[in-house]
Design a protein around this ligand. Structure first.
Ligand code: FES
Ligand code: FES
Length: 186
């Protein structure tokens, strides 16, 4: 018996990946780990519930969305552009880390995580939210609800969520351009 396979290639974190012949049933989380060499995305439940495994899918119109890689086949990403947690920090030409992304930095400042297993998913969720707010700023009194909605599906078994939420709220309140009215939404 042979396993049906397909060729896939895509752009991950700005780098062309593939083509690889992969089993049609291969889930994207396994493609990231086993083919692309990107092991930062976390397999939690494997059933689409915990959102630890999300990557960011970038659309041609400039919008972005989270996508669960444990229940989405690698072949779905044929020709698409995505980002994983490895793509957020800045690096120099030698590949050395030079700066975390604003949300990564904020999660550190707020001690948002403990074991960190869920953190790649939270980083991606918050990044998608910030990008959305850059396109569509909100009123200051909407911040609480918008952050809750954006992070609500992400399960963390360590922290009680409070510091993740505080970090994202703080970043929204202190980043110019994300809130309506004045730069800081007052
Ligand atoms: S591992 Fe994908 S949603 Fe839990
Ligand atoms: S920090 Fe451990 S699961 Fe979230």
């Amino acid at each position: 018996m042979s396993v049906a396979s397909k060729s896939v290639s895509m752009t991950i974190n700005g780098t062309a990946v593939g083509p690889f012949d992969v089993p049609e049933s291969l889930m994207m989380i396994d493609f990231l780990h086993e083919y692309a060499g990107l092991t930062g995305s976390r397999l939690g439940c494997g059933q689409g519930i915990c959102h630890a495994c999300v990557a960011i899918l970038d659309h041609e119109d400039g919008t972005s969305e989270e996508i669960r890689t444990c229940i989405t086949g690698a072949i779905f990403f044929q020709g698409k552009k995505l980002r994983t947690v490895e793509g957020h920090a800045q690096r120099n030409q030698a590949g050395e880390l030079t700066a975390l992304s604003p949300i990564q930095q904020k999660f550190l400042e707020f001690y948002s995580f403990q074991c960190g297993y869920c953190t790649p998913g939270f980083v991606n969720a918050a990044t998608v939210l910030l990008e959305k707010l850059k396109r569509q700023p909100i009123a200051g009194d909407q911040v609480e609800a918008v952050v809750t909605e954006a992070l609500n599906d992400h399960i963390c078994r360590c922290t009680g969520y409070v510091r993740y939420h505080q970090a994202v709220k703080d970043l929204i309140m202190t980043t110019p351009g994300l809130l309506k009215e004045t730069a800081h939404g007052k």
